[in-house]
Design a binder for this molecule. Sequence first.
Ligand code: PRP
Ligand code: GUN
Ligand code: MG
Length: 175
Amino acid sequence: MGGETPELSAQERAGKAFPVSWDQFHRDCRALTWRLNEVGPFHAVIAITRGGLVPAAIVARELGVRVIDTVCIASYDHTKQGDLQVLKGISDAAMKLGGGTGKGLLIVDDLVDTGKTGKLVREMLPDAHFATVYAKPKGRPLVDTFITEVSQDTWIFFPWDTALSYLPPLRDGAA
Ligand SMILES: O=P(O)(O)OC[C@H]1O[C@H](OP(=O)(O)OP(=O)(O)O)[C@H](O)[C@@H]1O
Ligand SMILES: Nc1nc2[nH]cnc2c(=O)[nH]1
Ligand SMILES: [Mg+2]
């Protein structure tokens, strides 16, 4: 493979890192719920797995919603985006609650980046409300409610993907 430039992952292209702690994530999910409380009530929460599972649990708890379904979509293999794969669709029971179009349903994901994942789910449930905790500019128009916008060249590190580790002092060359 000599001489070939290796393809950059989405994370490498993103450049800037935005690490989020559990505390911060919990606070941001609660802030999201404050906004959603004005929009509901919702019959059910639909979590886009896997990243949507944690915010969906927190939001559903705060809103008092006990029906939670999943739509299972994979696109990024760690940080490289490939074709979207729907591994599991929305259940018939949740579809029925949303009258076939998603009316009164709340879709939750951790973030929108390019918007490809969100677009696909919106097509499945055109009348549902779509909420994410974080949004990048490309995906932002797809989202009805979000809390924090980060630039397109930022990579968000979630607490379930990270651990506390030693950081060398700045003067020793740490970024
Ligand atoms: O707006 P997009 O460019 O489509 O990217 C956003 C999606 O990417 C991540 O999921 P990922 O596919 O990495 O799967 P995961 O939730 O299982 O980590 C994230 O949780 C969103 O669902
Ligand atoms: N963890 C994480 N996953 C993503 N998938 C698409 N964009 C991102 C991001 O910024 N962070
Ligand atoms: Mg995801």
